[in-house]
Each structure stands twice: as structure tokens, then as C-alpha cells.
Write a protein that binds this ligand. Structure first.
Ligand SMILES: [Zn+2]
Length: 320
């Protein structure tokens, strides 16, 4: 009899343990859903359609960003670990603007201000036109590391396209994806191969002639094509440079498709330079589509129940 009671008690314990586990799993899943839906709090009612497009592309490109919040200083991107990065600064901000150390260091909104144009288009590059060259260093630091040692600890070696490269994991995956597309194109056009000779990826250094860090410091950039005369605006007097129009589109298009922008589309051209900026590629794709199909006005809405701002589902209007 005693033995029978012991078995019952044991089975009861197993049942309670299983129930607790199921409840825990459900609560974690609910949390994940909130993150996936990208709920945002305390947003101004008059958020512009450009802000909505930018924020949606940022959250799609960088899953570590789970929300957006506004305070007296401006609008902030909130990371899963609680870190905050300034998206846009309020114009009536009473705080000192600490970003003005270099005209190339800006908040996230200004880093996305000039629309990048995808292949096969090669836009004119008048003075002042360099989409992606102004950057938010706070965003890169939050995503990839704040010091050389922190970035280095994240680096992954990539051996592909006949070269040895070092990238942070997100850029490494995108680089591999582009490389596969390029290998298919190489089978049809062997002349592309010599353009792919590498001239470096990760390197903790400043931009030549500038006071800010190069994006090579964050493990998201690489240089190729020097043997074909791919050069940097400070080393060459030509404005514009003929390669800005003639550089092989098959290579640029493959890297753009995987999330990289090309420095050949800047007034201050850097013809050898590609960098991982998926938020700019996302915005470029959506703007290109809008030019054929105008945006409806009802993107996202304020939830009456929670008072929170809810993004449209990723599979909805904004998805590519
Ligand atoms: Zn470079």
C-alpha cells in the first residue's frame, strides 16, 4: 500500500514539473511574439512616413533592435539588452549635441537620409551626394562592439572567392551569400574573377584624411578591385571617376542583393569599398517599389487597448 502511495506522489511531482515547464515555455513564447511584432512605446502621433520606413528597415535588418522609444532628447532605438541608440534628435533638444565631432558622424536618421540607388542604376554623384557615407557610430558600436578587442572577439574567418576575409557574423553570412551568386556569374564571365582580388576586410583604423573610424574597424567592410584601378577620391583627381559608371554591374548587384552598399556611388568615391548596410538596401528596395506603386497612408496604427504603436506585420506591406 505504502509503495502504491509513493508511486502516486512521484507521478504527481512529474505532472507538476511538466505543467510549470509548459507555462514557462508559453510565457517565453509570448515575449518572443512581442519582440517579433516590434511593439513601440510613446511614439509621437505625427511620425513621418520616412521615419516609419527607416525604423521598419532597421528592425528588419538588425534583430537585436526590438523597439523604439521617445523622450525629451529624441527618438531612441532600444536593443534587446537594454542599450539605447539615438535614432533622431529633437530639434528643440536642450542637451548639447555630442555627435558633432565630425560631419561624417550623425544620428541614425541622418545616416539614412540620402537614398542609396540599386543596380543597374548608376546615379550622378554631385558634391554632397554620398548615401551611407555619413554614419551612426553609436549604432555600429552597439551592433558589433565598442572597442577593437570587442569587435575582434566577434570576427569570423571566411575563405571564399580565393581570399581570406574577416567579418562579424552578420556580414560574414551576407558575404558568403553574395559570393555564391558571384560564382554563378563567374561561370558565364571569367573576366569578373580578377576584379575579386581582395585588399583587406577587418582593420581597426580611421578613414584616410578623416577623424572618424573607418567601418573596416567594425568587421563589416572589404576592399576589392585595386588591380583594375579601383581607387579612393583623395588619391585621384578625376571627378567623377569613369569606373563609377563602368565597374562590372554583376559584382555590385550581387553584393547589393546581400546587403552591401558600394562606395562607387559616392561623390567622395571609394571604388574598392563595399560595406554591410542592410538597412540602406532595405530602404532602397522599398523606395524602388514605391516608385511603381504609391504607399497607402495606413502603415501601422496606434492600438487603442494598449496605447502602444504597432507595426504592420513583416509579411505585410513593408516586406520585400
Ligand atoms: Zn574600404
Amino acid at each position: 500500500m505504502k509503495k502504491h502511495l509513493k508511486v502516486k506522489a512521484f507521478l504527481g511531482l512529474i505532472l507538476i514539473f511538466s505543467l510549470v515547464n509548459i507555462l514557462l515555455a508559453r510565457s517565453l513564447l509570448a515575449q518572443d511574439n512581442i519582440i517579433a511584432n516590434g511593439l513601440t512605446e510613446n511614439l509621437p502621433a505625427n511620425l513621418s512616413s520616412e521615419d516609419k520606413l527607416n525604423l521598419s528597415c532597421l528592425m528588419e535588418s538588425y534583430p537585436d533592435i526590438w523597439g523604439v522609444q521617445e523622450d525629451i532628447q529624441g527618438i531612441w532605438l532600444i536593443f534587446k539588452n537594454g542599450e539605447r541608440v539615438l535614432y533622431s534628435q529633437n530639434s528643440n533638444n536642450i542637451y548639447e549635441n555630442s555627435l558633432n565631432t565630425s560631419p561624417l558622424s550623425v544620428d541614425v536618421k541622418r545616416s539614412m537620409e540620402q537614398p542609396y540607388v540599386l543596380e543597374p542604376e548608376r546615379p550622378e554623384t554631385p558634391e554632397g551626394y554620398a548615401p551611407g557615407r555619413k554614419r551612426s557610430y553609436a549604432l555600429f558600436s552597439a551592433l558589433y562592439g565598442k572597442t577593437k578587442a570587442q569587435v575582434q572577439a566577434n570576427l569570423r574567418p571566411v575563405r571564399i572567392l580565393g581570399g581570406h576575409w574577416s567579418f562579424v557574423p552578420q556580414a560574414a553570412e551576407a558575404f558568403k551569400e553574395a559570393s555564391l551568386a558571384i560564382m554563378t556569374k563567374l561561370a558565364q564571365d571569367r573576366s569578373l574573377k580578377s576584379w575579386l582580388k581582395g585588399n583587406g576586410s577587418f582593420c581597426w583604423r580611421k578613414i584616410a584624411g578623416e577623424s572618424v573610424l573607418s567601418v573596416h574597424s567594425f568587421g563589416i567592410a572589404f576592399d576589392i578591385g585595386v588591380g583594375h584601378g579601383a581607387t579612393y577620391w583623395r588619391w585621384c583627381k578625376k571627378r567623377p571617376h569613369p569606373l563609377q559608371k563602368t565597374y562590372p554591374s554583376a559584382i555590385v548587384a550581387s553584393f547589393e542583393e546581400a546587403g552591401f552598399i558600394w562606395g562607387g556611388k559616392w561623390h567622395e568615391y571609394d571604388l574598392m569599398h563595399f560595406e554591410y548596410r542592410p538597412e540602406l538596401i532595405c530602404k532602397a528596395k522599398r523606395l524602388r517599389r514605391q516608385s511603381y506603386e504609391p504607399l497607402p497612408m495606413n502603415q501601422g496604427q496606434e492600438s487603442k487597448a494598449s496605447g502602444r504603436y504597432v507595426w504592420p506585420k513583416r509579411q505585410g506591406f513593408f516586406s520585400d
